[in-house]
Ligand binder design. Sequence first.
Ligand code: FAD
Length: 500
Amino acid sequence: MVRIARGAPRAWENYHETVKQTVSQLQFIDLDPAEAAAARLAGTARLVGAELARGRDIRPVGGAWSFSQLHKTGGDVLTTRETAAVGRLDPATVVGGLDSRRLRLVSGGTIIKQLNVALEAERLSIRTSGASNGQSVAGAMATGTHGSAPSEGGFQEHVRGIHLVTAPGRSIWLEPAAPGGLDPAFARTFADEVVRSDALFQAAVVHLGGLGYVSGVLFEAVPRFLVGIVQRKAVLKRDALEELARGDFQAFAARFGFADPYFVQAILNPFRPDTRPALVRLLVPIPEEALFEELPFLGSLFNFDPLNALSDVIALLPPGARGEIIAILMRKLYPELPKDGGPPVGVTWGTTTPDHHKVGDLFSTGIAVERERLPEALDAMLPAFRQHDGGDAVCTLRFVRKSPGTLAATRWEHNVVIDFDGLRSKASRRAYERVLAAVDAAGIPSRQHWGKLSLLDAARVRRDHGDAAVDAWRAARAQLLSPAMASTFRSQALVDWGLA
Ligand SMILES: Cc1cc2nc3c(=O)[nH]c(=O)nc-3n(C[C@H](O)[C@H](O)[C@H](O)COP(=O)(O)OP(=O)(O)OC[C@H]3O[C@@H](n4cnc5c(N)ncnc54)[C@H](O)[C@@H]3O)c2cc1C
């Protein structure tokens, strides 16, 4: 019979070892793989409710990929991967003009890789996701995980309804106010209540793990599409950066001989951005009729993980060595694609977002600013990064359209997210502090990624997101959770950020 099993208290850490704690690990076991998705949501809600009745924080964990203190709990961790399920819907259960063929009832613990496989086998696709595929659906929504498709928002954009367990014996099916989702009669087969509210829904699509247990979502996919991976090394001068700031991605892609890029990303050498090549990645549309190839993954974000030990070595080298080493790594470790200069082959979205192989301690940050302010943001950030011999990181530019979510970081009409990723060294941390201070001093509003390493406290959260957004999210939390449950769904991060 399906149940939650409890391990003995033991040392637990998240994927990148930024949270260490002693907890019991709770785990769903004996789930029936053939069970229908709605039945699984009902069973999950019942089990989670029973755990909540014990009055301890059961901190749900998806991929455990967040770097911030979102997993830090005074209670126990509940792993959700075992609940993975992607279920089709009977058209009769869908209302409001949505195309049921593109909708799936997906459990919150489903890992993005599993979702890609399930959707692509049925000629459907995710529109956008992060650079790798190890997050869970609920976890990716939690922090507003994003990719770099300029016409798309964050991952949470796919979500049309949310099954939220908020108390023992109480789960709700939450949708926006306008009808367009599940037939309420069907939703009531697995949820106790159906709630249609824009304010609650907008709060919950970027839930930060603080609004209840996300048992599952109504996920809207798009028809499967193919893209070709193009990777080039090129010096990006001011005119190229201004093109990106204007959103003229056509002109930017034309520099490399391509049109209509679906995805645009550039990794700059923060030490010598004007003279050393940036690593450019485009995903360009390939007609569906083209030969569809299951390519093994060939390269994505410049991957620093295997280079972990380098930070100790770099610290011993003379000033200036850091920038040179980064330039060498960027030159040698990034394959240009297609290799022979021919046309790129068509691959699915899932093929473009590879498995992640962790070797060492990664430094990973993300600062969203309004896209048109990109050049002045870099003018402030990069000199600050370079001071005191700089940090052990590169600077990645990613482009995201306005995203749903009261507390989404990418809430300007068009956003550029400026990441500093590299080795988790003291030099990287200090450089990031200077970068953030510089963007503040330049008077450029910014918002940091909730799931990555950041410098956030309650005052900064209010300043960056605004009182209205913070108050709206907190009001939604108060409406969804009783005081007892509010203290149950509370991580250290939420307390530090003034959100719980
Ligand atoms: C290798 C790597 C690559 C990354 N790439 C990107 C990227 O390209 N773009 C980007 O934006 N971010 C990226 N990130 C950050 C990552 O996407 C986010 O931190 C994301 O939130 C992690 O998802 P997860 O499933 O691991 O969630 P977790 O880290 O497990 O959880 C995040 C929060 O959600 C809560 N939660 C999880 N499941 C549930 C549930 N079922 N119900 C309620 N609460 C829940 C947790 O308690 C926690 O508070 C990357 C991280 C790593 C390690």
